[in-house]
Write a protein that binds this ligand. Sequence first.
Ligand SMILES: [Zn+2]
Length: 172
Amino acid sequence: MNCPKCGQELKEDAKFCKGCGLRREVAPGRRLLKITGIIALILSVGGIGMQGWLFMLRFAPDVFPKEMSQAVAQAMSTPTPILVYGMILVWYSFFVAIMAIVHCRNLAKASFLGWLGLLWIGMQVGSLFVSYYYAGAELAMAGLPWLPLNLILPILYIVGAIKNDKAASLQD
Ligand SMILES: [Zn+2]
């Protein structure tokens, strides 16, 4: 990639042109993607922990003391497809978070990150349908308050990716 003003060759992450001193905005979506990625990382690690706990209660209830029988009973009543779908969703969120943090300043990866975010939104909406299908409207409604939160992160992620994508097309 070359400087748009003087034509000097520039490094991918150079903040200034060595030839003419032109200041470059390297990756305008960088901060947004990084912050979004860090929040998603924390939430998904928490989610993986909670899902692991549910799986243990469900499939190895003897590991836990008898006093926890109510929690065990609750875990037993969660339909398996919801547990499995939830697990896939939190692991996907974890993967997307890592991608955001690693590639937040990489303009060439912007479209890829955008598509990951779009798939993320699709999976969040899909979790509503899975809950509804396997456990009825009540459980699906219980998941509704989480939907705005679960949609905000992927949307921020896509906004960051689009910003980088625009910057990449300007530099070409
Ligand atoms: Zn220059």
